[in-house]
Design a binder for this molecule. Sequence first.
Ligand code: ARG
Length: 582
Amino acid sequence: MSIIKNVENEITNIIQNLGYDIKKVNMQPSGRPDLGEFQINDAFSLAKENHCNPREIAEKIIHELEKDSRFQNLNIAGAGFINLSFSEDFYLETLNTLYKDIKSNIDEEPKKKIIIDYGGANVAKILHVGHLRSANIGEALKRLARLLGAEVIGDVHLGDEGLQSGMVISEMKERYPELICFKEGYNGEEFELPITTEDLKELYPVASMKAKENEEKMEEAGEITYQIQKNHLGYSTLWNKIKDLSLIEVKKIYNDLNTSFELWEGELDSFQYIKDMLEELKQKNLLEISEGATVMDIKEASDKKEMPPIILVKSNGGYIYETTDLATIYGREKRFSPDEIWYVVDNRQEFHFEQVFRAAKKSQMVKEDTKLEFIGFGTMNGPDGKPFKTRDGGVMTLSSLISLVNDETRKRLNPMITEEQEKERISKMIAISALKYADFLPYRSTDYVFEPSKFSDLEGKTGPYLLYSTIRMNSLLKKAKIEGYETYKIQKLKNETDKEILQILLTLPKVLKKSYDVKSLNEIAEFLYKLTSVYNKFYSENHILTSKDEELKTTWLALTEVVYNTNLLLLNVLGISVPEKM
Ligand code: ARG
């Protein structure tokens, strides 16, 4: 159990022994550091329940806490805020515990099996900045949930179904009519795809433009899409080849972003469940025909807004986004029976998921207590406050965004790094830290402005600042090793900034819990900045390695190692890797 939770539990017991009914006391960093390091505000709610004066209760609590030498400077502020500080021994003990194992300072969540649906790259289309946030947030939430003890399966849920398949194949037909997959009676023979990754980049935009300008083309695209849904051998074989080609680029980018998936499934993989699913819904009398389409009513008695039925089969027999997402839940339940499924998707898709979740619950496709959670995110905007665009106003692809930031971080690279490959590798790592950290700073559902130059800076609240500082901690520890230090004895504090660092470290379990509860990384991002900047203040105030006081020196080295390891742990949760130098 974490140190802070342990103390909270002890105080909770003390209050319960005083005869009050309290589940768990909440100790938080003080809003008035002049009065104490931490504060407890529970006297107010207790007073309300017990119809008495909060100060009276606070006094009783303090009276008990005074018997414990760990608590110091106990006082009551205002009408009943309890302020307290901890003794030096308590902080030394804290440092000792963290030094042995920083993970001992983490509180696990109840064990759960969670599927996270994130990434969502679309086949034959390019990854654009909108896919960045899903990859960043989804991957970080996956790592956070694992750190807190969950079993997690990440599924990229590729967009591999829909009109884009028909458009692209129709364009292929025009360009390569001789391909055997287009021949009548095609029986699955092997053939080579006549296009490259580069060709693919212009294939979809051209195909989509043609279809939009030409009704006949659009109709053909619709027909081919429908044929793929019904598993037309020639079209499906070609589409699968295009999918493989398209995934080469997609995987490269996810790899750059330190994002990886356990499942590389997509919408098309849900097709194997559609028939059974529809049959079950029919058995349960949940389906209706409306204007030729098969729909399901998902209204609820408490609805205040309009809730149209969910469409599952179009009047022409085709399936849509709702069908594949519902069938995906059906399949996930059958194969994994998860406790929770999280969807890390753009805010604009919230309504789609509301419909799908209602249908899944109403049909009892998932257990009553299975949590289906929509984890929406806002838009990343450019410096003009509008969705990030290229200089000439085009859609910014994810790989051009990464290069753009890379140009910025390369300018700031240490000139001692001269080897070209090394330069490229390190500046890319820093660029990813800049992009990711900027993405995590705001609460996930708010839009934010990304300024490449500002977020690439080595100063300020940026990824590069965190990396630079973390590397510096490591080089200090390496120097200490050279001096002959193996382990550090924890003996004494100066009780200034060193203590402040420990106060911050004590709150980590609360930060992790908050992030996990609201499924946003902003608290962790803020914590990293706070810890790092206070450590840097400490670093500049004290000459750690040349300190004459050996007791302070070894304690400070232990503290440095703890901060370093905490940074590594949290940066890893955020999917940010730390280069050895920069
Ligand atoms: N491919 C979709 C898009 O690019 C995102 C997929 C989200 N996940 C899902 N299960 N529908 O917008």
